[in-house]
Ligand binder design. Sequence first.
Ligand SMILES: NC(=O)c1ccc[n+]([C@@H]2O[C@H](COP(=O)([O-])OP(=O)(O)OC[C@H]3O[C@@H](n4cnc5c(N)ncnc54)[C@H](OP(=O)(O)O)[C@@H]3O)[C@@H](O)[C@H]2O)c1
Length: 367
Amino acid sequence: MVALTPATEPVLVRAAFHPGTPLRGTSHPDPLRASGEPVRWGVVSTGRIASIVVGDLALQPDAVLQAVSSRAQGSADDFAARHGFCRAYGDDAGVPGYVRLLQDQDVDVVYIATPHASHFAVAKAALEAGKHVLCEKPMTINAREAVSLVRLAQERGLFLMEAVWSRFLPSVQRAAQIIASGELGEIRWMQADLGFPAPYHPEARLWKREEGGGALMDVGVYLLTWALAVFGQPHSLTATSHRTQDGVDAETSMTLLYASGAQAQLMTSLTTVSTQTATVSGTKGMLRCNAPLFNPTELTITTGSGESRVEKFTPAGRGYTYQLREVLRCIQQGRTESPTMPLAETLITMSLLDEARRQTGIRYPAD
Ligand SMILES: NC(=O)c1ccc[n+]([C@@H]2O[C@H](COP(=O)([O-])OP(=O)(O)OC[C@H]3O[C@@H](n4cnc5c(N)ncnc54)[C@H](OP(=O)(O)O)[C@@H]3O)[C@@H](O)[C@H]2O)c1
């Protein structure tokens, strides 16, 4: 077990994250209602999650689907036609499609949905081109890259956020409210697991070291966002991994220890079926979300006497609408970060992922 001394400490302090602060609520009762002037979006990638998220983006009345980029012009054209984007940019004469998109003066904000290892380069180029950025999780490969992006966004006065969409869901916001209310007593323990069997292929991004593959980087963020919401920044972290022959983790477990003695036990896996739930245990009761913990639709609250109640939620769209509304609202109001998913929290997450990888010997080319 190693006490955390993140290399990013000065930035964390400057960003004024208060350990133990529960989720800051930004409840958007109707995420599909316009909150200001139209904002023009550019999307980098025509991959799986890009297709899903733009479905929710299309539901926003004040979001303009301006441009999409891909490594292949044909793929960008198809995506644009399918989702109603005005312009499509593919690689051309050695110029990457995303660079061409960033040169488009009619794009205000860029959503980056490429594999992890390319987030840093694309986000840096976007900020340098004067674009606001919503970047898929994890923000970068390591904390050093994330600090560099945060500094750049702060210098340029641009909005930057890691796409931790779960943070904005009414179910997750409600869980944080219940925990903060004291109904469960003092929270001493939480457990969360997120695993799924991902078919192995040496070229698949989940298994490929060059793409930032492995369980920890792909789903660890969701577990850490729950732990940060419940307890804030941990005092120490212990991690254990099973590594593949390619040097990425097939499974990683983490135990976070807090100054109060409370603990969070988190398990990620790319090989097993798992409950995909989070349980938060206090001295007076416990709360359990249903699967998947990144988009729960039910919370079960059980008291010490064994009574329980279930609260149900129906997210708007596919659930990404709340995060997209937050980005729109922040940009429309001239904010450079979200109070609900602040950059300090991304830096803490990246520091925790760095520490877990340091202990388990997982290295990426960008380290
Ligand atoms: N928020 C969520 O719920 C969620 C869910 C899944 C994934 N994610 C995150 O989203 C990111 C993408 O995941 P995915 O599942 O959508 O992956 P994916 O299906 O493999 O799509 C990624 C796309 O990025 C582009 N790309 C591939 N390699 C690239 C490279 N080296 N440089 C630049 N672009 C490249 C490709 O699009 P083109 O062929 O058009 O260039 C590819 O289709 C990951 O960081 C992941 O953690 C988030």
